[in-house]
Write a protein that binds this ligand. Structure first.
Ligand SMILES: [Zn+2]
Ligand SMILES: [Zn+2]
Length: 138
């Protein structure tokens, strides 16, 4: 099975062979801005499993501290993936097509969520980081 994703305008598309792992949603103030939403929604790709199918030349990158960054479509602004030292490290779940059959999403940094957000009690949540060392884009 191959997972596919694309930006809002459809110019940039990608595929991922195999499963996405470690799905997480981070509610900290930095992720809210990076993802233009109440939280990030992100999962990791295994090394070598990610491939741009079209529009790679339209991607613009923003790299922050520690070598982590994001790549987005320069036409429509959708954020498609996270990068670490230039390699695609994970994908934004909002741009994934269909049902990628994820494990339950872990919600992190819930202690610094937006004042207006209400999170259901039933989700897996941590006030800060999960117990294991956080991997990748928090
Ligand atoms: Zn686009
Ligand atoms: Zn965060």
């Amino acid at each position: 099975m191959s997972i596919t994703g694309e930006c809002f305008c459809g110019a940039v598309t990608y595929s991922v062979s195999g499963k996405l792992s470690d799905p997480r949603s981070c509610h900290c103030s930095r992720c809210r801005k990076a993802f233009s939403a109440q939280a990030s929604a992100y999962a990791l790709v295994s090394p070598g499993s990610f491939k741009w199918e079209s529009g790679e030349d339209l991607l613009t990158s923003y790299v922050g501290e520690h070598g982590f960054g994001i790549q987005f479509c320069s036409k429509c602004g959708s954020t498609l993936c996270g990068i670490y030292n230039g390699d695609v490290h994970g994908v934004t779940l909002g741009c994934v097509n269909g049902d990628p059959e994820l494990e339950p999403v872990t919600h992190i940094c819930v202690g610094s969520k937006a004042a207006w957000e209400r999170i259901p009690d039933s989700v897996i949540q941590f006030d800060e980081r999960p117990p294991e060392p956080g991997k990748g884009m928090e």
